[in-house]
Design a protein around this ligand. Structure first.
Ligand code: PMP
Length: 354
């Protein structure tokens, strides 16, 4: 018998999130950017690293990074909170506004970490369903919010794993109806045609969460941030660990913003490829949900989804197998890669379907 203590009984084992990493030639399963960040950025970061006082703690308030992000979004630095990936921003939100006796609302299928992090922080998860087109059913959302009075309302737009974006009117109506804080997760925001950033204000119960992991091509950096009311940012600083954001990361994130136009170029390439992949999938008679992100959800007809996934892996193409997720039966999610990678994926799929 083990002498090791049992972990918290409510932890559960949430498998859903981990995507198996297999040795394949074409990796289109985790929604990263297929392009590396600019070489000049790396050189600037390296130079900065040489001058850093690593014996000292970093700037706890990450002032320079927040000022740069504030300038980018036309808000004040006191309206920006940064953390180690947007996942940590979400965790801090749950620590600050969720917790025992409080609820977080979300509509499935959506980003699995919303319920997972809420759960880990002792926040009760209340879930509703999306419409068949995977957008939110505003009336149903309002009913759920009225009934449950959640302290946190998670809206993922564009939504992972469906790619669907919410209309501005839906987000505004949710903010209007909510008694709690509405969190719009815009991890894929720059790929979409609209952003909830324009609704942010110091008296508005809304925060918008963004990440460097997708559009900025920096998933390895682990940096994300939130734009919201200054009072919310102040509260977030109380729950974040002291010096949670290391100095090099702060500098790297700040320097990245100097390469804004390169980022926009990469985003345009991905968006153009996304449209090409979607069109090709439709031509192959796949059910496709219009995506505003850097991935596409599709359902091969007359298949379990899993069989197509396996056949693609056999051809060294890895996509995300979402076919057993509730509400996504038979579906697969493919990340938009380089034109070559997308060609490989489309050719492999065509072969499999034949
Ligand atoms: N939100 C959504 C919707 C995501 O898909 C992801 C990444 N899979 C994240 C947040 C987390 O991103 P990161 O922690 O890398 O910033």
């Amino acid at each position: 018998m083990t002498r090791l203590p049992a972990p918290r009984s409510d932890l559960g084992l949430r498998e859903g999130y981990h995507s198996p990493q297999l040795e394949v030639e074409v990796r289109l399963n985790t929604n990263e950017s297929p392009y590396p960040p600019p070489r000049e950025w790396l050189e600037a970061v390296t130079e900065q690293a040489r001058d850093m006082a690593f014996n000292r703690y970093p700037d706890r308030s990450a002032r320079a990074l927040r000022e740069a992000l504030a300038q980018l979004h036309g808000v004040g630095p006191e309206q920006i909170f940064a953390a180690n990936g947007s996942n940590e921003v979400l965790q801090c939100l749950c620590l600050a506004y969720g917790g025992a006796g409080r609820k977080a609302a979300m509509w499935e299928p959506t980003y699995a970490l919303h319920s997972h992090i809420a759960h880990l922080t002792g926040t009760e998860v209340v879930q509703g369903a999306r419409k068949a087109d995977f957008t939110l059913d505003l009336d149903a959302c309002q009913r759920l919010m009225e009934r449950e009075q959640p302290s946190l309302v998670f809206v993922c737009s564009p939504n992972n794993p469906t790619g669907t974006a919410e209309a501005p009117s839906t987000v505004s109506a949710l903010v209007e109806a909510s008694q709690g804080l509405v969190v719009v997760d815009e991890a894929y925001g720059q790929f979409a045609s609209w952003s909830a950033l324009e609704l942010v204000g110091d008296e508005v119960p809304l925060v918008v969460v963004r990440t460097y992991s997708k559009t900025w091509s920096m998933a390895g950096l682990r940096l994300g941030y939130m734009v919201g009311p200054a009072k919310v940012v102040e509260t977030m600083e109380r729950v974040a660990l002291p010096y949670h954001l290391d100095g090099l990361k702060q500098a790297a994130g700040r320097l990245a913003l100097k390469f804004f136009s390169q980022m926009e170029d990469r985003v345009s390439q991905v968006v153009a490829e996304r449209e090409r992949v979607q069109t090709a999938l439709v031509k192959m008679n796949q059910k496709v949900w219009p995506s505003q992100a850097n991935f596409v959800l599709f359902r091969p007809p007359t298949s379990t989804g899993r069989d197509v996934w396996e056949a693609l892996v056999a051809r060294s193409v890895l996509v995300r197998d979402t076919s057993s997720w509730p509400g996504l039966e038979g579906c697969l999610r493919v990340t938009v890669g380089t034109p070559d990678e997308n060609d490989r994926f489309l050719a492999a799929l065509e072969e499999v379907l034949r």
